[in-house]
Design a protein around this ligand. Structure first.
Ligand code: DQA
Length: 142
């Protein structure tokens, strides 16, 4: 199966960015962990700081991707465009957040992507991405 993992703005700065919240491991370490988990499957890893590029990437997945794992980062709380792109392509999607957005500032409590995602995993750090991939594997019986 083919999995697309999308990470939104500032997640390229993992390790440097508020390590007490997001951990000391960097984006490359996250990618390595995901690559290992997806051994034997097709995987695309994508990170962007730009909303439109994320929309384009979701659109380009139409018809060729079985599952999306997305951490939209700050766009979680603002982006109707990302929600609409996910709805448009209709690909099973799991939303991941490193931190527990329900336990942080008020403005982080609402997620547009949750209105489409089959599942939201939050507060588990990198492990959340692995659980999201497991969810997709189980869904497809892999
Ligand atoms: C985040 C939570 C968001 O509120 C924040 O803007 C991020 C990361 C997380 O993974 O916990 O950039 O999505």
């Amino acid at each position: 199966m083919k999995i697309l993992v999308i990470n939104g703005p500032n997640l390229n700065l993992l390790g440097l960015r508020e390590p007490d919240l997001y951990g000391k491991q960097d984006y490359n370490a996250l990618c390595d962990m995901i690559r290992e988990k997806c051994t034997g499957h097709e995987l695309e890893l994508f990170q962007s700081n730009h909303e439109g590029d994320i929309v384009d990437k979701i659109q380009s997945a139409y018809g060729n991707t079985d599952g999306i794992v997305i951490n939209p980062a700050a766009y979680t709380h603002t982006s109707v465009a990302i929600l609409d792109a996910l709805k448009a392509v209709g690909i099973p999607t799991v939303e991941v957040h490193l931190t527990d957005i329900a336990q942080r500032e008020e403005f982080r409590k609402h997620s547009f992507v949750s209105l489409y995602a089959e599942k939201t995993i939050k507060g588990l750090g990198f492990e959340g991405y692995l659980q999201a991939i497991d969810y997709l594997f189980e869904k497809y019986g892999k």
